[in-house]
Design a protein around this ligand. Structure first.
Ligand SMILES: [Zn+2]
Length: 235
């Protein structure tokens, strides 16, 4: 019986290796997707900063046009002043000119602010561009590593599956079916050692009969609680 247990333990070990390698392989596309998502987010951030900078510049150009319009208006008023002989009309035009000049001054102050803002925005774009470039290089490297890891895992998995088939061949069909049935239902392990009279699969105390049967190694003993195969671990 100890031979069967030994074969089952080898089988279980190889099963676990196949499971682990399969899960690692399945995780690679997830890691790749996560990299692509981060890269896309960073690109979106850069585009947003560029849009912000363009908006500042567009606003400033609009103000520049406003100033130009007002300067034209002042020129027009001055021409009108030269043509009029009425004092009150001259004074009214003077008033309009002063108002336009004041508005030009205010607008130019805002323009200066926007110029400073544009400079800041341009710097932010440059910083983000550099960060994106660095991140793109990092992502390219990570992708290459992942692809290398994937190839390695695939090779290991093929080998592990071969070893698993070999291990299955060492166990009789009925026991193999029993082992597979337990593994499907328990998901983790099908055969576990008894430690201090306890099934290490479910941590339930085994009956004295089960323990003595396991010790005798005349048959495969199942845990009374979880149904996993339990075996007596000789020191
Ligand atoms: Zn158990």
């Amino acid at each position: 019986m100890s031979e069967v247990i030994e074969s089952l333990l080898i089988l279980q070990d190889r099963d676990q290796r196949v499971t682990r390698l399969t899960s690692e392989l399945q995780h690679i596309p997830i890691e790749e997707a996560s990299l692509a998502k981060k890269l896309a987010a960073q690109s979106v951030r850069l585009e947003q900063l560029k849009t912000d900078a363009r908006k500042v510049e567009t606003d400033r150009k609009k103000l520049e046009l406003d100033v130009k319009t007002k300067q034209d208006l002042i020129a027009k008023y001055k021409t009108q002043q030269q043509q009029t002989r009425k004092n009150d009309e001259f004074a009214a035009l003077n008033h309009e000119i002063e108002r336009a000049e004041k508005e030009i001054n205010d607008t130019e102050d805002i323009e200066l602010d926007l110029m400073a803002k544009y400079e800041q925005a341009t710097k932010a774009v440059a910083v983000e561009e550099a960060a994106l470039k660095t991140f793109q290089d990092k992502v390219a490297l990570s992708r290459a590593e992942l692809s290398k890891k994937k190839a390695l895992l695939e090779t290991e998995l093929t080998k592990a599956k071969e070893l698993l088939v070999q291990a299955e061949g060492k166990v009789d069909e009925a026991t193999l079916r029993r082992y597979r049935r337990i593994l499907v239902s328990k998901k983790d392990v099908a055969i576990v050692p008894i430690v201090h009279g306890v099934c290490t699969g479910c941590h339930y105390k085994l009956t004295a009969t089960s323990v003595s049967h396991a010790k005798a190694m005349q048959e495969l003993v199942a845990c009374d609680n979880c149904g996993r195969i339990v075996y007596w671990q000789t020191e």
